[in-house]
Design a protein around this ligand. Structure first.
Ligand SMILES: *Cc1c(COP(=O)(O)O)cnc(C)c1O
Length: 235
């Protein structure tokens, strides 16, 4: 299967899930998780019609930006971001999905203010309460939103989650439903620089379920590009 065929198939599945859920398919965006794929492959995905590309690693982002790989689509940052690398990401991407600590939130705010820009961000929720994952707990969310509302240079567009690896279809529905509820709860409170409209959840194995539960952005790697070969050592 080619990248173009894969994107068309995924789009059809997304549309089917949206319609099943009684939602407008146009309100759900397809973000290609482009980690470990080179600039030429990224360009192919953009030509095939993905809405945006999401990078996990700062080094790959920087490399592909220098190659103009994302021309014609937005680029997002979706991986764990270290505070000492915010300069390489803030102002370079349209959305950072993975704000997972107050320290990182403050560092991004400071860098954006220094650049005189507003950086759109999502708050990452550790919805499965897993030790191996970063992110805020649902209980922490109100105080983080409160903190965010006083910080310059950032705009909170919504929430993101990476639930536990799912074995069977439907396994993650309880987490997706919790995330949807959190995103609805936010909109009942009014903060200056918070407008929760993005709910980034759903990957290759579970994006249909995520859409049924209210996702507005799915992040898909394997189903677009094929399995990643982690054994390959990069130059
Ligand atoms: C790799 C990655 C994805 C995509 O995962 P697939 O299972 O390959 O679709 C989505 N989100 C994040 C944060 C990722 O790192």
């Amino acid at each position: 299967m080619s990248i173009t065929e894969n994107v068309l198939r995924i789009r059809a599945e997304m549309e089917k899930a949206a319609i099943t859920a009684g939602r407008d398919p146009k309100e759900i965006r397809l973000c290609a998780a482009t980690k470990m794929n080179n600039a030429a492959t990224v360009r192919e995905a953009i030509a095939a019609g993905v809405d945006c590309c999401g990078e996990n690693r700062v080094q790959e982002l920087t490399q592909k930006l220098s190659e103009n790989a994302y021309e014609g689509a937005e680029v997002h940052f979706i991986g764990h971001l270290q505070t000492n690398k915010v300069r390489q990401v803030v102002g370079k991407v349209s959305l950072i999905h993975s704000i997972d600590s107050l320290r990182l939130l403050e560092a991004v705010s400071k860098e954006a203010a220094r650049q005189g820009i507003t950086q759109d961000i999502l708050l990452e929720i550790n919805i499965g309460n897993e030790d191996s994952k970063s992110g805020f707990s649902p209980e922490e969310l109100p105080s983080i939103l409160e903190a965010a509302s006083h910080l310059p240079g950032i705009f909170v567009r919504g929430l993101m989650a990476i639930p536990p690896i799912c074995q069977n279809s439907g396994d993650n529905n309880k987490f997706f439903q919790k995330m949807y509820q959190l995103s609805v709860d936010i909109t009942t409170k009014k903060y200056d620089n918070v407008c929760s409209t993005v709910l980034s959840m759903g990957m290759s194995a579970d994006y249909r379920d995520a859409i049924l539960c209210g996702s507005t952005m799915v992040r898909i790697g394997t189903d677009i590009f094929g399995a990643r070969n982690y054994a390959v050592t990069k130059p």
